[in-house]
Design a protein around this ligand. Structure first.
Ligand code: SF4
Ligand code: SF4
Length: 109
């Protein structure tokens, strides 16, 4: 996953949690392109939590009843900083030819 540049996804507890007392079963979260949710009689179930893209919050933003939550963004930013993920992503992008950085640019960590 390019967002991680080889850092193990299962080491990042970033995935949606549903407050079923708020969920009105509108179905919007089922649009997740990563197929994180399965639909059940009780509403959406977070079936594949580690397929959620680290840092993504689209389903929570578009949930009509604010029933979906995620960890604080500082949680994931600390992991990225401690493990130099930003730097590794930059190097990976350079190798793929998607990024060119002139000398003196920000080193990303
Ligand atoms: S988007 Fe929110 S309200 Fe709609 S089904 Fe999903 S969790 Fe429930
Ligand atoms: S945050 Fe993004 S990737 Fe994760 S479940 Fe919601 S829409 Fe899918």
């Amino acid at each position: 996953m390019p967002w991680l540049a080889g850092y193990p996804r299962e080491k990042i507890d970033w995935f949606p949690e549903i407050d079923y007392s708020q969920c009105v079963k509108c179905g919007m979260c089922m649009n997740c392109g990563r197929k994180v949710y399965n639909w059940t009689d009780a509403g959406p179930l977070v079936k594949h939590p580690y397929d959620c893209v680290p840092g993504c919050t689209t389903c929570a933003v578009l949930c009509m009843k604010d029933a979906i939550s995620f960890p604080d963004r500082d949680y994931i930013r600390k992991i990225y900083k401690k493990n130099k993920v930003w730097l590794k992503v930059r190097e990976a992008l350079k190798k793929e030819g998607k990024l060119t950085i002139k000398k003196g640019g920000n080193n990303g960590n």
